[in-house]
Design a protein around this ligand. Structure first.
Ligand code: ADP
Length: 451
């Protein structure tokens, strides 16, 4: 086992990792920017190292500084959390070259899944169902119109290096195709410095359903069921639940087994998430994330499995300690992402939290790095915490969520709590009847009502 783990992240996820380390009896090192001197992860860690100024490029993304922090403190493993360097294959390689374990998959697997064209080809070879589309990338020499005709309109033009919904353009008809390709190419070039594109069928009303997997890199892999993350704003997840209201046990088992089998063939190591769009009973692979996800707690609440603990054990060389038949799914869990943003306009709202009172009680978990008097810096993303609620049934879970939202006090800044208060009282949400466009439509209607 590791003698000391450096946590290369901040906020709620740094705390989440720290908690797992502490339960395993492993000392922790927090790294932080000058803006995060008073952050909770810094206060709770056994040691801390300042790695640079507020701008993430110079601190949380600064590989030489993080390496130096490992050296100074004697950390022999790094947990990258999500975001920042978590899917940076080069970072994983550099750490390994210095004899430090990257708690995550091999750099090869990160690289394959980081390129969406390669990821899709690999998924298909591994027996995972994919969205019908171009065979690999599209080049300026290709007859893009013939490819799109073959796929059938509407088609979606996507960036190979894509992320956060950027570099994605829909062509409803043949007349839109050239513009969709040129704008997607320009956007991809500007955002990722890579203008490789591919095309796929644009699905009209899909749900976003993703499967959690765990592998030990030695050919053993299991799935931990699915999460429904269809409630999105600008392709960003807002509210996630486990299990999906759209699936039955047989469908869950079927797609889960397809994913676990693919991970066995790949000899995948660590935690990963295979993301699908789901429409009319069919699954279509869109991407794989080779890291811990923000919404991992809903899976933990339903399975009782600590994913970070498993990541650390696996990274230390242990074989997978859980068989598929040991994984049981109990009840229902929902996560609400609490952002420091106005709930109607989504304008960021950094500032000082004057009062803070998180909800508690049976089946309630709040993963957050904030406290009363904490000043949220303006330099990072606006997620300040996650409210995760578990119930024996979806109905019980929703009732508990409504109660928790009413109890939650965060004063001094705007948060997205009022949005969730509206969602828990909505009939479509109560029925689980929503797709990836539902939230945008709901928000548009709400803003009209207010005008
Ligand atoms: P990114 O990495 O930029 O987030 P994804 O491929 O994960 O890109 O897609 C993000 C979101 O875009 C999906 O959750 C879904 O809402 C939408 N999307 C992606 N592919 C399709 C498609 N073929 N048809 C319809 N919507 C899609």
């Amino acid at each position: 086992m590791f003698s000391k783990i450096l946590i290369a992240n901040r906020g709620e996820i740094a705390l989440r990792i720290l908690r797992a380390c502490r339960e395993l009896g492993i000392p922790t090192v927090a790294v932080h920017s000058t803006a995060d001197e008073n952050a909770m992860h810094v206060r709770l860690a056994d040691e801390s190292v300042c790695i640079g100024p507020p701008v993430a490029r110079d601190s949380y993304l600064n590989i030489p500084q993080i390496l130096a922090a490992c050296e100074i403190t004697g950390a022999d493993a790094v947990h990258p959390g999500y975001g920042f360097l978590s899917e940076n294959a080069r970072f994983a390689e550099i750490l390994e070259a210095h004899g430090i374990t990257f708690i995550g998959p091999t750099s090869d697997h990160i690289r394959i899944m980081g390129d969406k064209i390669q990821a899709k080809t690999t998924a298909e070879q591994l027996g995972i169902p994919v969205v019908p589309g171009s065979d690999g990338g599209i080049t300026p020499e290709d007859d893009v119109h013939a490819i799109a005709d073959h796929i059938g309109y509407p088609v979606l033009v996507k960036a190979a290096a894509g992320g956060g919904g950027r570099g994605m353009k829909v062509a409803q008809t043949k007349a839109d195709l050239d513009t969709a390709i040129s704008t997607a190419r320009a956007e991809a070039k500007a955002a990722f410095g890579d203008d490789a594109l591919y095309m796929e069928k644009y699905l009209g009303k899909p749900r976003h359903i993703e499967v959690q997997v765990l592998g030990d890199g030695q050919g053993n892999a299991i799935h931990l069921g699915e999460r429904d993350c269809s409630l999105q704003r600008r392709h960003q997840k807002v509210f996630e639940e486990c299990p999906s209201p759209a699936l039955n046990d047989a469908q869950r088992k079927n797609i889960g087994e397809i994913c676990a089998d693919a991970m066995r063939k790949l000899k995948y190591r660590g935690a990963g998430t295979i993301e699908f769009l789901y429409e009319n009973g069919e699954f279509y692979f869109i991407e794989m994330n080779t890291r811990l996800q923000v919404e991992h707690p809903v899976t933990e609440m339903v399975t009782g499995i600590d994913l970070v603990n498993e990541q650390i054990r696996i990274a230390s060389g242990a074989t997978l300690g859980i068989d598929q038949q040991d994984v049981t799914f109990e009840g229902h869990a929902i996560e609400c992402r609490i952002n420091a943003e106005n709930a109607a306009t989504f304008a960021p709202s950094p500032g000082t939290i004057t009062h803070y009172h998180p909800p508690g009680g049976l089946g309630v978990r709040v993963d957050s790095g904030v406290y009363q008097g904490y000043k949220i810096p303006p330099h990072y993303d606006s997620l300040i915490g996650k409210l995760i609620v578990h119930g024996r049934t979806r109905v019980e879970c929703m009732m508990r969520l409504r109660r928790c939202l009413a109890e939650f006090v965060v004063d001094g800044i705007d948060t997205t709590i009022p949005l969730f208060t509206k969602l828990v009282d909505n009939q479509d949400i109560a029925n689980g009847a929503y797709d990836i466009h539902w939230l945008e439509k709901f928000l548009a209607e709400e803003s009209q009502k207010e005008q």
